[in-house]
Design a protein around this ligand. Structure first.
Ligand SMILES: [Ca+2]
Length: 260
């Protein structure tokens, strides 16, 4: 009898312990799932917090540079100071160490194209034999020919110690003076905007690619693009019974002024 009690007690102990182990496993699994779930939630919650930190780092790097960009809100990391040995063409520079750099964000006529020689001379006058600063577009290194793609800043003047100051963006100056056009596929919206503004000014001036025989400048007020300001052009009203607002003309040529 005592042996039977002992056996029953041992079986009961095993059942209780086994049940307890199962419960612990269940709790453990649940705990693992909960931990995993909360970890995933933490990652999701943490993800947005990472980006602003990176943006702050880039911003800090930009504002610490001593380069003054034509567009004040433009930011390019870098700042390598290099001598320009030779200007190859309007947007291609050979550096003192033999590297060849092509300007990012602008396209310029080749040396043998119309306006090409003028573009080369424009760039040569600004930077050949001078020190310039190279700035990078993150993720952009070389073109298909192995030329380094860089933004280039040059010094517009020097301080009392002869140190360069007030750097200007070479690509922006080229476009502003009519020797090139923007390339808007460089994944830098701020820079693209700045260059586009320069181009919008240049295309109304008869300089570089907008001067005969290479091209012609736009005319202010010429929304229909026929080369004559819309308020100055003559339009033909070919329907005799069309009355002008003041009844001055019914059919024929009419200058597109206030009465047309
Ligand atoms: Ca017109």
């Amino acid at each position: 009898m005592a042996k039977a009690k002992l056996l029953f007690g041992a079986v009961a102990f095993v059942v209780v312990v086994g049940s307890c182990n199962n419960a612990m496993r269940d709790d453990g699994d649940a705990g693992t799932r909960a931990a995993s779930s909360s970890s995933a939630a933490a990652q999701v919650a943490a993800a947005p917090a990472v980006a602003p930190a990176v943006e702050r780092a880039v911003e800090a790097e930009c504002v610490s540079r001593d380069v003054v960009y034509y567009g004040e809100d433009t930011c390019h990391p870098g700042g390598e100071l290099v001598p320009v040995a030779r200007v190859v063409d309007g947007n291609t520079l050979e550096l003192g160490d033999g590297r060849v750099v092509r300007l990012l964000g602008v396209q310029v006529p080749d040396g043998d194209a119309c306006a090409g020689p003028g573009a080369t001379e424009f760039t040569r006058a600004l930077v050949e034999g001078e020190q310039v600063k190279l700035h990078v577009e993150p993720g952009v290194e070389t073109d298909e020919d192995g030329q380094f793609l860089r933004y280039v800043q040059y010094a517009e003047s020097t301080d009392s110690d002869g140190l360069p100051m007030h750097a200007q963006d070479l690509g922006n100056e080229i476009v502003l003076n009519g020797w090139g056009k923007p390339v808007d596929d460089q994944a830098n919206a701020t820079y693209d905007e700045s260059i586009a503004r320069a181009s919008g000014i240049a295309e109304y001036r008869a300089e570089g690619i907008y001067a005969p025989p290479c091209g012609s400048p736009k005319v202010y007020g010429d929304d229909d693009g026929n080369g004559v300001a819309d308020w100055d052009e003559q339009v033909y009203v070919d329907t005799p019974d069309v009355n002008m607002p003041d009844g001055a003309l019914t059919g024929g040529f009419c200058s597109r002024k206030w009465w047309c």
